[in-house]
Design a binder for this molecule. Structure first.
Ligand code: GDP
Length: 435
């Protein structure tokens, strides 16, 4: 989907606006996973058009006394990466020097830019907003992100300006698309180089298919796959990858265009929130995931180190822990074949289709044995189960009172599905439907 970046000085109201737009959807996700994280990336939609939203401000540490240079960098990166830019200013502060700097950068841009004047909640402020014409960005929108007024008109114009969606091919025998993602210096390029070894394995080089991620088709180890390479492009880019949100933006695109994400983790560094965020991105986009613990050659080992390390990683990945973890070394090429083999397995798990008759035969007795607990005195009767014809596994459980089935029970069903059919590395969805 298209990427919309929100830029602007600290404290103009970017994150309030961001939260308002993603709230409806993300609230559900948080309720399911039971975790709330500090998020600067989310999905939103308007008039049936979905887009990804990035709050660039969220990636600046100590946002209050941020340096101008830092903001400029964000804007430059947003210009490079996003499909549309929302430039937010605050009517209370009037036009500031920093606003002018940002505007100067944005005036050269051919991508759609929306100047949004925030905190306009009365007629007087509507008049004050006129001052922002001076930024030379033309027409502006006024909003009050605290109560949402003005947001609808802004979103109408925004989605109209987004580029046409590329048709997502869902060919039957499509070749798996693997995205290599992770933090800077985790070893993504090294892994890709080790994997490919020699140029002759490249079948076709279809650069530009996904606009900025290089999509290359390989035939290696007896498998055919497309690699969505984020590291390679970044190395060619003028801009240095010193901002976390830059790698997040790269990851967003790569992940959205992949079937399976290979998350490369540096074994010599701590598994931190940034890695969790990338993992979460893949999970949120319902992509297959394989975790590659790289630089394993550098780790002092005794007989229990892999086990302990794996336990530690799984703890960080909760609640979605049914994920393969492979210990590799891009340097010594240790287990890089295993990594690809596992990615192919995850791909197969993700494209698996289970017949309705089989699902019902295996699951209905299990449900009979342990039915959904009664809720407010109501009994739920699950009648039949179906896998939906979607690109990723989704299961609909048809029942009399879908609203009375609680999360805990849905998780129980998900676990049963995982035990029975092996969905390792694949986020699956369980829905209750009215029948
Ligand atoms: P990227 O930013 O994720 O593409 O990371 P690079 O592939 O550029 O790797 C960052 C650094 O880690 C480089 O100096 C690599 O030589 C080193 N490196 C990558 N993989 C390994 C590995 O498996 N073992 C060791 N010892 N070093 C590695």
């Amino acid at each position: 989907s298209s990427i919309v970046a929100i830029v602007g000085r600290p404290n103009v109201g970017k994150s309030t606006f961001f939260n308002r737009l993603i709230q409806r959807r993300e609230a559900i996700v948080d309720a399911v996973s039971g975790v709330t994280r500090d998020r600067h990336y989310g999905k939103s939609d308007w008039n049936g058009r979905e887009f990804s939203l990035i709050d660039t401000g969220g990636y600046v540490k100590g946002s209050d006394d941020v340096f101008e240079a830092e903001i400029d960098k964000q804007v430059v990166l947003a210009i490079e990466e996003a499909d549309a830019i929302i430039f937010m200013v605050n009517v209370e502060d009037g036009v500031t020097g920093m606003d002018e700097d940002v505007a100067r950068l944005l005036r050269k841009v051919t991508k759609p830019v929306f100047l949004v004047v925030n905190k306009v909640d009365n007629g007087k402020r509507e008049e004050d907003a006129v001052e922002f014409y001076n930024l030379g960005l033309g027409e502006y929108h006024t909003i009050a992100s605290i109560n949402g007024s003005g947001t609808g008109d802004l979103l109408d114009d925004l989605v109209k300006a987004l580029p046409e969606e590329e048709e997502e091919e869902v060919e039957e025998d499509a070749i798996p698309r693997f995205a290599v993602v992770g933090r800077p210096n985790a070893g993504k390029s090294s892994f890709i180089n080790a994997l490919i070894g020699e140029e002759r394995y490249i079948v076709t080089d279809i650069a530009g298919t996904t606009r900025d991620a290089i999509d290359t088709k390989y035939n290696r180890f007896g498998f055919e796959f497309n690699l969505v390479d984020t590291a390679g492009i970044r190395k060619k880019s003028k801009v240095k990858e010193d901002l976390e949100f830059y790698s997040v933006m790269r990851s967003v695109r790569a992940i959205e265009h992949a079937d399976v994400c290979l998350l490369v983790v540096d074994a010599t560094r701590t598994f931190d929130g940034q890695i969790q965020n990338i993992f979460w991105l893949a999970q949120r986009n319902r992509k297959g995931i394989v975790v590659l613990i790289n630089k394993w050659d550098l780790v002092e080992k005794d007989h229990k180190s892999t086990n302990e390390y794996e336990k530690h990683i799984k703890k960080q990945l909760e609640p979605f822990t049914d994920v393969p973890i492979i210990f590799i070394s891009a340097l010594t090429k240790q287990r890089i074949f295993k990594a690809i083999e596992t990615a192919v397995e995850v791909y197969n798990n993700r494209t698996k289709r289970i017949k309705t008759s089989e699902l019902n035969e295996t699951l209905l007795p299990i449900i009979d044995n342990y039915p959904p607990p009664a809720y407010k005195g109501k009994f739920v009767k699950i009648k039949y189960i179906m896998q939906l014809p979607t690109p990723q596994p989704q299961f609909a459980f048809f029942c009399n009172l879908p609203q009375y089935v609680r999360e805990g029970y849905k998780r129980y069903l998900e676990n049963k599905l995982r035990e029975l059919y092996d969905f390792k590395g694949v986020p699956i969805s369980v829905y209750m439907r009215k029948k």
